[in-house]
Design a protein around this ligand. Structure first.
Ligand code: MD3
Ligand code: FE
Length: 210
């Protein structure tokens, strides 16, 4: 389905077996070299979501090769199989093999939503590229809010994202405000995991050199 121009939602895109593999991979990345942690914001706040990134380190609001907030630890590389998964996601979502081949993500952000975690309405504008963002959800379902490009307020559309769902945001939706107002605890398929909570993995092109 197409909730907005350039935005494509493909329910149940990732087979359960691949979801399980993604949870296992996230467990590994969460251990380090940059551990999964709540990012501290420059204003003094702390995000309720826990995050770790691959390829580049996201620290608000820029990308670096080392984690300044974690003793300068070098970030783990973005594995080639994730790059390929992102290219397949773009090709499938847009039904356009050339769009998939053109997509070269160089960073993955892994977000974990534990009990009560939410993400406020924001734009992703730290990338110097208008290439699509690919989002994969695993675990508990959530309420995802896709807003407009003008501000945090209405109009917006509410979507329920389930484990295995793919969302691709390109074109006019790439710089839309969006957020996750709620996670529905206990809605995950127990065999997939995580035991509780929601994982979201986004792939992006930073537009930064090598
Ligand atoms: C729409 N993550 O990491 S993914 C983020 O579920 C982020 O963890 C949310 O927003 C999450 O920045 C939402 C879906 C998503 C990601 C990027 C977008 C939607 C987007 C960029 C532009 C428009
Ligand atoms: Fe975002």
């Amino acid at each position: 389905t197409t909730p907005a121009p350039g935005a494509v939602h493909v329910p149940e895109w990732l087979p359960e077996e691949r979801q399980r593999e993604l949870v296992e991979a996230c467990r590994g990345w969460a251990r380090g070299p940059v551990p999964m942690r709540r990012t501290e914001l420059p204003g003094g706040g702390v995000m309720s979501v826990q995050s770790v990134s691959l390829g580049w380190h996201w620290s608000p609001y820029r990308y670096t090769r080392r984690a300044g907030d974690v003793n300068g630890a070098p970030v783990a590389p973005l594995p080639e199989w994730l790059v390929e998964l992102g290219r397949r996601a773009v090709a499938d979502a847009y039904q356009d093999e050339a769009a998939g081949r053109a997509y070269r993500p160089d960073v993955a952000l892994v977000n974990f939503y534990g009990a009560g975690a939410t993400m406020g309405m924001h734009q992703d504008k730290d990338e110097r590229s208008d290439a699509p963002v690919v989002s994969l959800s695993v675990g508990d379902a959530c309420l995802f809010r896709l807003g407009n490009t003008e501000g945090r307020g209405r109009p917006w559309q509410d979507l329920r994202l389930e484990s295995g769902d793919l969302l691709v945001f390109g074109g006019p939706s790439r710089f839309a405000y969006h957020g996750v107002p709620k996670v529905y605890p206990g809605t995950a398929e127990p065999s997939v995991g995580p035991a509780t909570g929601r994982l979201n993995l986004t792939l992006r092109e930073t537009g930064l050199p090598g």
